[in-house]
Design a protein around this ligand. Structure first.
Ligand code: GLN
Ligand code: ZN
Length: 767
């Protein structure tokens, strides 16, 4: 059996440098290419990836991870063990196997059956599909999903290392299938699941894999439904069984996204797995435990969660510290899969050349791994030049203008506790009542209206220089006017301008603030075929000029109804960008908050009486470790308050959060101190409304699920309004959809909003 390679990455972006996978998959869904062409294109993409990774220095056997997925790695693992929910049984192939048709049906629904639920993968912006496991789920291995890819690479002369979500994480992330008895937990099925993994391992061995990587991020999280102690016990059990198999490749178990729990680490080391990958960037080097002298430790010293060029000296120090554990062997890896970073800095012709020298995307990070691995092989002096270059780039970054802006620093330094405090709630409530004179159960929307093809085409033409700025802005103004007229006709109470000028709620602000850069090809997968292009927050943030004021005031000039100003909050701006790593997040958040605070002052000055500051990401940044929560809530909630606290008592501050797990962050939500909060609720169960009962500000539990094109009837909406009014003091209830309408069509938008207004009218009469 071969040693584990000296240098590896735990996974690589699979969407392709130009989102080739997205295009192929969507063409297939649209009926434009058949399955065999889709498979061919995917194979081409995998071949390109292998070639590239070899070029970048991953030339040892098993150094290249095979982390390809058509849709999602968790779905892949669930399907590879046969856990296709029964409602999709018709989509199986004729021989009963689970092919692409079943995979896409489970991922996207099939018209009749709802898809698997989707949720966030640990504390990243990637979303996975939640497996459904019940007491009766039949586990039956379908190893071809992975084994075929090993064979494909071998045919090209490359030995790859398949990457599979491990059995403990698969079950820990699964939810109980509908109909399971109360108290049933998917992890209860671990012993039944393991034979399927054994079969997969054996098939991978037969296909020629020397090593397999099993990802077990459940080891690092404290936010799962199963406790760290239970995860540790399950890991001990699972890897005792898998390790005991004779007919298997060697096993690398990876614990990305933080430090494994003490119990989990001890448990894993106690099993027969040959290698363990640790995220040393976030987790640090754990304490030595018995048995580690037999393991290879893949030291995750290259940070795969951000896009900054690494500090090789620091990485080297971590490698030395890892050697202190006296493992059998230390090798270099990334902290986690590179799936969360874009492909290649070299694909960014528009970025400032100086900024580019500070950056490392997936390819550059792979290069860092190769350099460090060579250092391990030949001694550090062999690669000293690379260390020097990295140190020079880092020093340049530290001293570059814009990275430190004295005026910005002086402002954050001078902040006093009172800058985070708004006036008394009662005073605000009465001032706003007088200023706004809204009816009971006021109706509003979350901000965006459908982004039509016309708007997108105009923006693209403007970006290409084919449409002049005045002409483009005329298109936008026309749209704003249309949206205002429409809302007036519908009879909504608080209007919005519709956000047609925004490509994306974060990128728009990034483009208008100093301290940010935006990329051309810096896509990262969000889920399935969807990718986002996070902005790069590299310097001190300030606002060179008002951003939204002219749109809000133009909209307000068209109507006598109040128009809401629309901003994205500091936490969400940070969460959906690549953020500088050279200072605490809190400092960066406060800088963004001050820029927004100035924007709010300008909006007020211009006569806007209601301002919404969206924070859909407030919960998603919540740390995986309980002990880090308080510090997070302090800076996140603090930055929202800093942004909004200077608003006059009569100015009504709204916020919007895109999820319904209100209970878990209730305290944080009240601490935001917004006057009105809208949340997702149309699909919620009773727990949400129980939690809402204790909430003391304005609250708009969404009454229209905007995630589907379905038009809810007035009666259906009325039922949701009744539920809200029954749970919450009627003076506090707002009526609004679950989220923005950007991805909807006008047809269903008009019909649904008309029903929303009609249902509200009826509810008012019943008051
Ligand atoms: N105001 C934004 C919109 O309506 C909010 C989007 C969001 O919550 N993700 O599009
Ligand atoms: Zn939302």
């Amino acid at each position: 059996m071969t040693d584990f390679p000296l240098g590896t990455i735990l996974g690589y972006p699979r969407i392709g440098r130009r989102r080739e996978l997205k295009r192929a998959v969507e063409a297939h869904w649209g009926g434009k290419i058949d399955e065999s062409e889709l498979r061919e294109r995917a194979a081409e993409l995998r071949r390109a990836t292998r070639t590239r990774l070899v070029e970048l220095g991953l030339d040892e056997p098993s150094a290249i991870p095979e982390s390809f997925s058509f849709y999602d790695q968790v779905l892949d693992a669930a399907l590879a063990v046969g856990a296709l929910p029964a409602r999709f049984a018709d989509h199986r192939e004729q021989d009963g196997s689970i092919g692409l048709a079943a995979e896409f049906a489970a991922a996207r629904g099939d018209g009749e059956n709802a898809p698997l639920e989707m949720t966030k993968w640990f504390d990243t912006n990637y979303h996975y599909l939640v497996p459904e496991i019940g007491p009766d789920t039949v586990f039956a291995a379908q190893p071809a999903r992975y084994a075929d890819l090993v064979a494909e690479a071998a045919a090209d002369g490359v030995s790859t290392r398949p990457v599979v979500v491990g059995p403990v994480t698969l079950l820990a992330l699964a939810k109980a299938a509908d109909g399971a008895a109360a108290g049933f937990r998917p992890l209860d099925r671990l012993a039944d699941l393991l034979p399927a993994y054994l079969e997969i391992l054996s098939a991978l061995r037969a296909a020629g894999a020397e090593w397999v990587q099993l990802d077990e991020p459940a080891l690092v999280s404290e936010t799962l439904e199963v406790s760290p102690a239970e995860v540790a016990r399950a890991v001990a059990e699972a890897y005792a069984v898998l390790g005991a198999a004779e007919d298997r490749p060697q096993l690398l178990v990876a614990a990305p996204y933080g430090a494994p729990s003490v119990a989990g680490w001890g448990a894993l080391v106690g099993t027969p797995v040959e290698a363990i990958a640790l995220d040393l960037v976030r987790g640090g080097v754990p304490a030595a435990v018995d048995g580690v002298e037999e393991k290879t430790i893949v030291a995750g010293v290259v940070d795969a969660r951000n896009i900054w060029r690494g500090d090789l000296d620091r990485a080297w120090a971590l490698l030395e510290q890892t050697s202190g554990l006296k493992p059998a062997r230390v090798t270099v890896g990334t902290s986690n899969s590179l799936q969360h970073v874009p492909h290649d800095v070299a694909d960014e012709p528009d970025l400032d050349p100086r900024l580019k020298t500070w950056l490392a995307f997936a390819d550059q990070k792979t290069g860092e791994v190769s350099v460090l691995a060579r250092g391990l092989r030949e001694g550090r002096t062999a690669v000293e030049h690379a260390f020097t270059e990295a140190a020079v780039a880092l020093a340049d970054r530290r001293s570059a203008p814009g990275v430190h802006d004295d005026r910005v620093r002086a402002r954050t330094r001078a902040l006093a506790p009172t800058d985070f405090e708004r006036g008394a709630v009662e005073e605000r409530v009465s001032a706003q009542r007088d200023a706004l004179a809204l009816p009971p159960l006021p109706t509003t929307t979350i901000g965006s209206f459908p982004q039509t093809g016309d708007i997108r085409r105009a923006r693209a033409a403007h970006d290409r220089g084919e449409l002049t700025t005045p002409a483009y802005e005329q298109v936008l103004r026309d749209e704003v006017e249309r949206v205002i007229r429409l809302q007036e006709e519908l009879g909504l109470d608080v209007l919005v301008h519709g956000e047609p000028e925004r490509n994306d709620m974060v990128q728009y602000f990034a483009e208008n603030l100093d301290g940010f850069a935006v990329t051309r090809n810096g896509w990262v997968q969000s889920y399935g075929s969807r990718a986002t292009r996070p902005s790069i927050l590299w310097g001190d943030v300030s606002r060179p000029a008002p951003i939204t004021v002219r749109w809000a005031t133009y909209a307000q000039s068209l109507t006598s109804k109040p128009v809401k100003g629309m901003l994205t909050g500091p936490v969400t701006i940070l969460a959906w960008s690549f953020v500088r790593d050279d200072q605490p997040l809190g400092e960066t958040a406060r800088q963004v908050a001050l820029a927004l605070r100035d924007e709010i002052a300008d909006l007020e000055q211009a006569g806007i009486g209601i301002i919404q500051v969206d924070e859909p990401a407030l919960r998603e940044l919540l740390p995986l470790y309980a002990r880090a929560r308080d510090a997070y809530l302090e800076w996140s909630v603090g930055s929202f308050r800093l942004a909004t606290a200077s608003a006059r008592p009569a100015t009504q501050i709204h916020t919007h959060l895109c999820y319904s797990e209100f209970g878990t962050v209730l305290e944080a939500i009240s601490a935001l101190d917004a006057d009105v909060t809208s949340i997702e609720a149309a699909r919620s169960r009773d727990e949400l409304f129980e939690a809402l009962a204790g909430y003391e500000r304005g609250i708009g539990p969404g009454v229209w699920d905007i995630h589907s094109p379905r038009v809810p009837s007035a009666a259906e909406i009325g039922g949701r309004i009744d539920r809200a009014v029954a749970a919450v003091d009627v003076d506090r209830v707002w009526i609004n959809p679950d989220c923005g309408l950007k991805t909807r069509q006008y047809e269903e938008t008009v019909a649904s909003l008309a029903n929303l207004v009609a249902a509200t009218g009826e509810a008012r009469e019943a008051l």
